[in-house]
Design a protein. Structure first.
Length: 733
């Protein structure tokens, strides 16, 4: 018989040295405890069963990743496994999660309010872990109180790293940030030991016992119910006396004994959650509930299947991925890639909205989401596909699926409002929001509302409430707060940059674009400030949204100069920028040093510091390349390699998964080919020679490509991509 489920680790040793103190890696630890390692097909089958029974417990990232929560609930074998581990740990609130990942897939860097035992089943996953000292206490409090808006975090460079192979176990203590990236295809099971706090565990029991104490159920005196500012000195003394007696009653020994006894009994119940819920409901009549069964019937969210079938059946002809490496006048391959990616995210948007609708409990937000999706389907096909390709929509899909998993009501309602603000402009432009119909939306900033399709941002002289109710009227758009209080009415269409509203509290300006038809330039935006991944050191959005008007003007000038260079010397790339990039946001300046990035979950967004002339042009080409390759990775499989295959990347000077290395090759080829076209036409900045950049970067690309060829087992599409890389390099040489 095994004394403890962790190989070569005594139970006392584990709890004294590791539990909630530091991580623990055990090679082949799972094999010693359980001889069967689940295959990908077995876990996929179980995830499908779980999704049928509990749709909200399974999340998909296209075909790249599947995360199944509480997967032990669908099979007795895993249920027994969890029960055995829980018995060894002496921990009752325990369940099992499963993850099935493709190459380079991840659910992101985050921390949990639970202790986790990751048990690798198939393939290899690389984990980075860091102590929780980088997380502010206020975030830990929010996490423990059930707020799902916290938990995502950047992983510092000095993190611990573990490579998990089949049969390995990794213990991740509560609150420790962790980030697992699949090196090829992989699958794992995670034992989740959920935590609780005194508010959740003891407060209901305390209320139950205080009901029996007369001082707590008797009426409060007049002095304790009136405005404190009007209390006399005698009133204040009486208040102090009463509160002191109430608090003193908590130290009564009989009360404490009863509390200990009931808490002990409650922990022995199998269904502790139901026990507490029933007890608080019966004893205090003070439980916040959703709508009752009598009022919970919802109207169905309907889909225009005729239109959707027509959209999805209009398939693109096959793409030769080699044609995508360097842009040309023939834009058919780029257009087909964008359409395929848009179709993918259209499907994700509609399925996510349906899941969100079922999870909502507030009728006003239900109605708003229902109208929003119904009217969204009335838009022309090209508008629908353009809308789902926005970075706001793609990131909204990701965060909404996370919020649905946690079922945190305020966050779900906030996401409904954000989606309304994203789509409002197109609904108005296409007359898809009918006369008299209303939506609940969020403002774009504290005092503005963006109507991107119309090209304007409406600004208000006063701060706006977090919830806005907008209604289509004969003359335009009425704006009210959530309680129906009138704020203003905007006449549509907007005719000029001067106010033509019914009052003087509104004005608007054109949203700045690169070269008029290019991506917009973001100066401030609530969505990005609240949802863009936080900076690892400052714990804030790394986008420079506190930028001054003067700094933003300089940023705009730099990006515009770069855009003009591309437009003049590499117009085919400019066409791809206008097709694949929707927004550019500023980062803090680091002088002439490159400071730019793209995030896959915010597809269509480039973040960059301001750099002059061709440096900005190189950044725009490079980050557009990353965005395009992310779409390629979404739609096509490039490698058939063994799951643990990695190759050396000369760009970061360390081993990287094959897809990541290919990402870098694709992106650097973009700015090399731009540099080839401008080197004899642009005044060069001192010590930043274009010729030297071409030579240095080309060598790295060639080295990376050689490494990729040596290690890769290519699919048909992967072979096309490598051929495109070869052709792009041959031009340089």
């Amino acid at each position: 018989m095994i004394n403890f489920f962790l190989k070569d680790i005594d139970r006392d040793l584990f709890f004294n040295e590791f539990w909630r103190r530091k991580p623990l890696y055990i090679s082949n630890g799972f094999k010693e405890f359980c001889t069967h390692l689940y295959t990908e097909s077995e876990l996929t089958h179980l995830a499908n069963l779980l999704e049928k029974r509990k749709p909200g417990f399974v999340r998909h990232d296209s075909d790249r990743a599947t995360f199944a929560q509480n997967i032990d609930s669908v099979t007795p074998k895993l249920e027994e496994l969890v029960a055995c581990i829980a018995s060894h740990l002496g921990w009752r609130n325990t369940w099992l999660d499963a993850s099935i990942m493709k190459d380079n897939a991840s659910i992101g860097c985050h921390y949990d309010d639970s202790d986790n035992f990751i048990m690798q089943q198939q393939g290899v996953k690389i984990w980075k872990i860091h102590p929780p000292n980088i997380i502010p206490d206020r975030e830990l409090k929010q996490r423990m109180l059930g707020d799902p808006t916290v938990g995502n975090i950047y992983m510092p460079d000095n993190a611990l790293e573990f490579v998990l192979k089949p049969g390995d176990i990794l213990y991740v203590p509560i609150f420790w940030p962790h980030w697992g990236v699949s090196a090829g295809c992989s699958s794992s099971l995670s034992v989740v030991c959920n935590s609780s706090n005194a508010i959740q565990e003891l407060l209901p029991l305390l209320i139950r016992n205080l009901i029996e104490v007369p001082l707590w159920w008797q009426p409060l005196p007049y002095s304790l119910r009136t405005n404190f500012s009007s209390n006399t000195k005698e009133d204040q003394q009486q208040i102090y006396s009463i509160l002191s007696k109430l608090l003193e009653s908590l130290t009564d020994s009989s009360l404490q004994k009863n509390l200990v006894s009931e808490y002990t009994n409650a922990r022995q119940l199998k269904n502790k959650k139901n026990y507490y819920s029933k007890m608080v409901m019966n004893e205090t009549n003070n439980v916040i509930l959703g709508r009752t069964s009598e009022s919970s019937c919802k109207a169905e969210m309907t889909f225009d299947f005729d239109k959707l079938n027509n959209i999805f059946s209009n398939k693109c002809s096959d793409i030769n991925l080699g044609d995508l490496v360097i842009p040309s006048a023939d834009r058919s391959s780029s257009n087909r890639l964008k359409r395929l990616t848009s179709l993918l995210y259209l499907k994700r948007l509609l399925t996510t909205c349906h899941r969100l609708y079922l999870a909502l409990q507030d009728e006003a937000h239900e109605c708003s989401l229902l109208k929003l999706i119904t009217n969204f389907q009335c838009l022309p096909e090209h508008v629908i596909l353009d809308e789902v390709f926005r970075p706001e929509i793609i990131s909204w899909i990701i965060y909404t699926n996370e919020a649905i998993q946690f079922s945190y009501k305020p966050q779900l309602e906030l996401l409904v409002r954000h989606l309304g603000s994203f789509l409002l402009s197109s609904l108005l432009m296409e007359n898809a929001l009918k006369l008299g119909e209303s939506l609940i939306i969020s403002p774009t900033t504290r005092c503005s509302l963006e109507l991107r399709s119309m090209g304007y941002r409406i600004s208000f002289t006063k701060n706006l409430p977090e919830k806005l109710k907008v209604t289509r009227t004969l003359s335009g758009l009425a704006i009210n707060n959530a309680d129906g209080q009138f704020i203003d009415e905007i006449e549509l269409p907007l005719k000029s940059e001067e106010s033509n509203s019914s009052s003087t509290v509104v004005y608007w300006n054109k949203i700045p674009h690169l070269l008029n038809d290019g991506p917009i330039l973001l100066q401030r935006h609530n969505w990005y400030e609240n949802f863009f991944p936080s900076d690892s050191k400052k714990r804030i959005c790394p986008i420079h949204f506190d930028i001054s008007d003067r700094e933003f003007e300089y940023f705009s000038d730099c990006m515009s100069d770069g855009a003009r260079i591309i437009f003049q010397y590499f117009p085919d790339t400019w066409s791809r920028i206008t097709a694949f990039i929707q927004a550019i946001a500023p980062l803090n300046s680091q002088g002439m040093m490159p400071h730019n990035a793209s995030i896959e979950g915010f597809r269509g967004l480039i973040t960059s510091s301001p750099r002059p002339s061709y440096l900005a042009a190189q950044t725009l080409c490079h980050e557009t390349g990353h965005n395009i390759f992310s779409s390629i990775s979404d739609v096509f499989k490039l490698f058939n390699n063994d799951i643990s295959t990695m190759a050396y990347s000369p760009f970061v000077e360390e081993m990287r998964p094959l897809n990541t290395l290919a990402h870098g090759i694709f992106a650097f080829l973009q700015d090399i080919h731009l540099s080839l076209r401008i080197r004899d036409h642009i005044d060069q900045i001192d010590e930043l020679s274009i010729e030297r950049y071409i030579e240095k970067t080309s060598k790295k690309v060639q080295q990376g490509l050689n490494n990729l060829k040596r290690k890769s087992n290519l699919t048909i599409h992967g072979d096309q991509m490598i051929s495109g890389f070869d052709e792009a390099l041959s031009v340089i040489q």
